[in-house]
Design a protein around this ligand. Structure first.
Ligand code: GUN
Length: 285
């Protein structure tokens, strides 16, 4: 039976450390970390996510700004809002919740955020630094960074490990691939066009699944003793949250596994908070 990786407990620990760093920053530099979260429209999941992010920021002692803009907001209005936050010295991290309405170009919005305030790590400047493994401070996408924190907490050896990531999204698969390569893992990224998926999965020491499909990964896909990280959040017909992994079966084969809910999700928010304080500290360097 696999060890269940308690993302909620680990996130709580990380948040405690973050709160201590906030206190220290306030007393030593008079600096209060500021996080601005922008939501455009009223996608129900996004409304909940952004509310949770803003609430957590307040709880940890940040300045927390939540801007709720109507779905009819023009691209230019959103860009103007971002420019104002770019110039606001009390704000260190800016997050524009995705998905955006169809009439707004996501790339334009991401590129409008000052790279040093890009708390999501989506700006091409920061993506470039990640891929070149730059020897300097830069923000990284929060879900992948949180996954690395979990793997480090497990003391999973990454150097030379065979890691298979299923899903090549800009939010998870691609940045996680880069983070793991920077840690000297051998990384295979599977996606819709991949062949021989089962072969790659079966040889993996670590599997990360981010496809948005319940029961995508089953026990016979997994090498005994592998670590399985489930990034999926799917709602079943009866309203339950499930991941992408067939948990009951896979947990019999894996050495460690993340649950859904209570695995990767809480780590993403805790990492967002951690990274906001990073940005505040780096702004002070
Ligand atoms: N929507 C779902 N996940 C994320 C995220 O990590 N950042 C942003 N900005 N939007 C999201």
């Amino acid at each position: 039976m696999a060890k269940i990786i308690d993302g909620k407990a680990l996130a709580a620990q990380l948040n405690e450390q973050t709160a201590l760093r906030v206190e220290k920053l306030k007393t030593q530099s008079g600096l209060v970390p500021g996080l601005a979260v922008i939501i455009v429209g009223d996608d129900p999941a996004s409304v909940i996510y952004t509310r949770n992010k803003a609430k957590k920021a307040t709880k940890l002692g940040f300045k927390s700004v939540l801007r709720k803009l109507p779905a009819t907001t023009s691209e230019q209005e959103l860009l103007t809002e971002i420019q104002q936050l770019n110039h606001d010295p009390s704000i260190h991290g800016i997050l524009v919740q995705e998905p955006l309405p169809d009439h707004i170009h996501q790339e334009k919005v991401i590129e409008a955020i000052a790279p040093e305030k890009d708390v999501d790590g989506f700006h091409p400047v920061n993506v470039g630094k990640l891929y070149t493994n730059a020897n300097e401070h830069y923000p990284v996408a929060c879900t992948p960074r949180g996954i690395i924190t979990m793997l480090d907490h497990l003391q999973a050896p990454l150097e030379g490990a065979n890691v298979v990531i299923v899903g090549r999204s800009r939010l998870v698969g691609k940045p996680l691939q880069a983070l793991l390569m920077n840690r000297n893992a051998t990384v295979t990224v599977l996606h819709h066009h991949s062949r021989d998926e089962k072969y790659y999965l079966k040889h993996a020491d670590i599997i990360v699944v981010a496809v948005g499909q319940p029961n995508f990964l089953s026990a016979d896909d997994v090498k005994p003793g592998a670590i399985v990280i489930d990034v999926g959040i799917n709602r079943t017909a009866d309203g339950h949250l499930v991941g992408d992994v067939e948990f009951a079966g896979v947990s019999q084969v894996a050495s460690a596994i993340t649950p859904v809910p209570g695995g990767v999700g809480p780590m993403t928010i805790a990492t967002l908070m951690q990274q906001t304080v990073d940005l505040a500290e780096w702004s002070n360097d």
